[in-house]
Design a binder for this molecule. Sequence first.
Ligand SMILES: [Zn+2]
Length: 512
Amino acid sequence: MTDNESRRIVIFDTTLRDGEQSPGASMNLIEKMEVAQALVDLGVDVMEAGFPIASPGDFEAVREIAKNVRGSIVCGLARCREADIDRVWEAVRHAEQARIHVFLATSAIHREHKLKMDKEQIIQRAVQGVQRAAGYCSDIEFSPEDAARTESDFLCRVVEAAIGAGATTVNIPDTVGYATPTHMNRVIQTLRNRVPNIDKAVISVHCHNDLGMAVANSLAAVEAGAGQIECTINGLGERAGNCSLEEVVMALRTRNDYYHADTRIDTHRLVPTSRLVANITGIQVQRNKAIVGRNAFAHEAGIHQDGMLKERTTYEIMRPEDVGFAKTDLVLGKHSGRAALADRAKTLGYHLSDEQLATVFEEFKVLADKKKEVYDGDIAALVEQQMHAVAERWALKSYEVTSGSDRSPQVKLTLQFGDEQFSTESACGDGPIDAIFLAIEKLTGYSVACKDFNVHSVTVGKDAQGEVLVQVEHEGQLYRGRGVSTDSVEASAKAFLNAINRIAAVSNGDKH
Ligand SMILES: [Zn+2]
């Protein structure tokens, strides 16, 4: 498919750092480990695992990923400060291959307002930071933050100094998503033409999507000679997000005739990885999202369908199976065995321990009894419920709710907490779901504000499972919860309890 003169572009994934900074996308340690493993399977060259100095949780996540993940370079982010850099090294030192990424803002607006440093001080600080990092390991990335808005003479000087000090990758961030493709192309060309030691480092780009041009800008940089792209799964990231990994990778693959560049990404893993990250973060992918959206390959318009039937390449530039959409949605039923389930879960991109598989299989049996045909979406929902299970302090035992248009809903709820059961009966709320939420708050002792509530079906048909995603706020922090059931009220109760259990896990509070 790709010609042998293709340049290999390094894929630097920052889902776990920049992506995790998107509001509501924070992940716990188990979730980060799961994403890290999926990124290795996908074939990313480098993963930025976090910003270790930011918090003890960030530090621990980067360290655990460095210790356990094999097959990709593990990178940690640091400001140009000794304490930051030392902390990154402490976290990444156990990695098979470690990278330290130091950044310092260089644009006039950042120099004057944020750092209050002049140009010479900036260069000095950058050199000191890179040198300190280079004392620890040989793989050093330097980013002049807000590079796309930095005066080009000064940018050239900073980049030259950073490479001189030992940076092996220089990353050009468009921090605020201000660049255009032609602009980005020129910035990279200028660096290549004017920085005398530029050949000693890989040029990288980190584009934000505020004007919807992150992927286009990254490709324009590649055209100008950049050798690394920083990106995230589903384009996750602050504000409008980052360059989307799946889009930029498929653009290089599909238009190899033009770019003569490619990556080592296993594109068959794109859809499973996208789904995993969407489910873990609770940030769903829009239907018409390129490459991984549910409609990305749905040729429904009659005229297109006709063309497709005659010759698929009339309207299709990529094949759905190339990006990991299952060719057939194989259906399992109640006679399917554990091996068939395990095999399906693997194809869908999940790593299950024997213990997890045993639990998922039990739930699969229950579901298969309720519902004749079990689809991939159902299996994914069951597996994910299992994988992201937080310690289930509170579990739903039973509920009963009656409601009507002219009276308050009546709710009877029993929760299990350890060996004990707690029940409540009340008439309250604006509807059956609200009533259950209020009853759960009353029994668990946690009071929260519901910020987001989303219900959708994971597969098709009247007996399809409903998946509910909630986001609640407790003491200024956001928590997600997820529940799946063929009964949408039950799914809502499970999702709400899941969020409460997350709060309980963090606060270690057994409020009973
Ligand atoms: Zn960023």
